[in-house]
Every structure is written in C-alpha cells, then in structure tokens.
Design a protein around this ligand. Sequence first.
Ligand code: MN
Ligand code: MN
Length: 290
Amino acid sequence: MERPNGFADANASLEDAQFVIVGVPFDRTTSFRPGARFGPDSIRQHSWNFESYDLETGIDLADVPIHDLGNAPEYGSATSMADGVREELRPIYAAGKIPIVLGGDHACSPPCVEAYPDGGSLGVLYIDAHMDFRSSYLGDPRSHACSSRRIVEKVGAQNVVVLGVRSVSKEEMDDNRSIGMAHVSAHEVFREGIESAVQKALNMLRTDRIYVSLDIDAIDPAYAGGTGTPEPFGLTPRDVKHAIDMVAPRLAGLDIMEVSPHYDQGNTSAVAARLAREAIVRAVATHRVR
Ligand code: MN
Ligand code: MN
C-alpha cells in the first residue's frame, strides 16, 4: 500500500475539499514534558491504520473531499505562531470549509478560533483535563495554560464550555466564576454519563456553529498517555467520540492538541487519528456540508 506523508484518504484538491487538515508542529509553551510538536505527523501516520469505510454511518472517507495542507512552518514564539495560524485558517473558513487542525500544544487553539470570520457567532466546546484559564503563565499570555481564556476573549464567556476538566487552580476558579465560563467536569461525566453531560454543554452553547477544541489529555492516561500533562480520572475515548457525534451537525472546526507521541506505543496517536476521522464522517452524515 502506498504510504504517503499526508492524512489517509485526503485525496481532494484544496479547492474541492470540504475538510482541510492542517498540522501545527509547535510545542514551545509546553509546561511539563515536551514533544507535542511531533503530534501532527504521528497522527497522520496512524490514520493509515483505519479502513476508509465507516461501519456506523455507511460513509466511505475515500468519497469525502478532504485535503491535507501539510504542516505550518516552525515558529519561534507563541505570538508568531498565532499570527501564522490565523493567516492559514482565515481562507479555509472564508471558503466555507471545515478545518481539522492537528497540534501541537494547546497554545495552537486560540488562533484557530480567532480566525473565524468576524460577525459569525461561534460556540466552543473545549474538551480538556485542565481549565487553561490563567490570564498569563510564566510571563506568556499565549501559553497553553491560558488557551480557554484567550478563546473567551474572542467569542465571549457565554459561548465556551469546558468539558472533562478535573485540574484547576483556585485562582482560575475565582476568575472563572467572575468571568462566567461554564464547565462540565470529568466527575459529572462519570456520575451522569456522557450523553447528559454533553447535552448540558450543548444547552448552554446557543450558537448555530460549534468549534471543538480537543486537548487529548481530557482522555484518561490509561488510553491516551502520550501527552505532555497526563491527568488521571479522565474521559474514555468513547466518551469523546460521543461528544463529537453530538456536536457534528453544528461542527465549524475541530482541533486535536497535545498528542506527544514519544510517551507511548502509538495508542494516543491512534485515538487522535480515529477521532478526527469520526468527526469527518459524522459531519458528512449529519451536517449541511455543501
Ligand atoms: Mn489544554
Ligand atoms: Mn490539558
């Protein structure tokens, strides 16, 4: 079988594509252990493991127009990375396409949201073990520890829900309460089940379109330990699949961040690749994809 470097079944030209894969190999704001810059290519590599046909929806990914734009260049700072990623994504949204962004550390997500056209109202489902709500971390407001806060500044606190959180500082909680960003914790998911937890989040996100930012550490390290800041008591891959399934009819874009492939045997990259494929087939099955 031919094993090119791109994402599997991404056979369309950019012009014809409905979905555009973009890699951002940037991990300079990682706070614990680095390596997420290797995430995009590892996720691509593992994408070749899967059949193009999807059992649940009956959709064949080989028939879906997907283009892999490749990786963004390497950047020396989070600020220059953010400028570059916004430039990369603006024309994708403007053409009515859905970006699927592979990171990279979670600092790569805010520019993906900031690139969304002005005037469009966008909700964000932010799936993460961490709240990422610091105003600045180690002197850098563009750190991956600040990403939900930067996103709130773009779309408004009422349009962001953090799902799967189980690690937060007291200061972040205080800020969170005063600013008013909602969350549904991993503990609530465990108690009430993923369906009701996601429904609760979706009831709060009243926008027509929803962007999903997935920090892979939302998933329990038993399933996805290949990440920079692993946190026990997490979601299952199936929980996250279900969340993506439920959002798919309104999907505006997806990112999958913080896959750091050198810390496991490929399990985390495989989960990430499969979730990206899941989002695409579900969006095609349920979305008014043009
Ligand atoms: Mn994060
Ligand atoms: Mn995290």
